[in-house]
Design a protein. Structure first.
Length: 221
């Protein structure tokens, strides 16, 4: 497998304007990845697939990630006067990070027998800038997986050939895999509520109906 920093350099040389950042993974797997800028992601994907040395011709899976607003602590060096002398000291600085959504692609080369190469893209935020370019035109296998991410996380993949819900029904209003998702307690879609679902459903049914027969609402225990 070609080193990640070499692939990064090859991308930036081959695709004018492309910006690539290496995202390190300090877990035991050490699967570091490449963060692509959205404007050039489709061109970068085509390069990764078509370059004779790379030939990443297969996308095995695409996953979504929801990153909430957070306060990150970073080490920073600043100059301060200590005992009348200016010294460089290391301090912990807190920085606010706006939340965003992310799509992560695992690529392999079936032709050259190497991989995985992990690439990722990030949305501008979690609300009105939740768009990313679809990579389905490059790797056909991304189609259903991008649809799943759209369905469960709310990322809109521009250029996708058939972007519609794949697990939830068309009238569903939310995104169940978001970290701030609030599970409904009315369960209008549940024909035979039971256990915890039954207890939640009772909150939306008048007291006099809660002892009715199943035909009158299905809430009898």
């Amino acid at each position: 497998m070609i080193p990640l920093d070499t692939i990064k350099a090859q991308i930036e040389q081959a695709v004018a304007g492309a910006r690539v950042e290496i995202i390190r993974n300090d877990s035991p797997s050490a699967q570091h990845s490449l963060l692509l800028n959205n404007e050039h992601a489709l061109a970068v994907a085509k390069f990764l697939r078509d370059d004779p040395q790379l030939r990443f011709d297969y996308c095995s899976n695409v996953t979504g990630i929801d990153w909430l607003d957070a306060v990150l602590k970073e080490k920073a060096k600043t100059k301060k006067v200590v005992d009348g002398t200016e010294k460089e000291v290391e301090e912990i600085v807190e920085k606010k990070r706006q939340g965003f959504l992310e799509a992560v692609y695992h690529l392999y080369s079936m032709e050259l027998k190497h991989g995985p190469l992990i690439i990722r893209m990030r949305t501008g935020n979690r609300t009105d800038k939740a768009h990313l370019p679809s990579l389905t035109p490059v790797w056909r296998g991304c189609e259903f997986q991008e649809r799943e991410i759209y369905d469960l996380y709310g990322i809109v993949f521009d250029g996708h050939p058939d972007l519609r819900r794949i697990l939830m029904w068309d009238g569903f209003q939310d995104y169940p895999m978001r970290k701030d998702y609030v599970e409904p307690d009315d369960y209008e879609y549940e024909p035979t509520p039971h256990d915890e679902v039954l207890e939640k459903a009772k909150r939306h049914v008048p007291q006099e109906m809660q002892s009715a027969t199943p035909d009158a609402g299905g809430l009898q225990q």
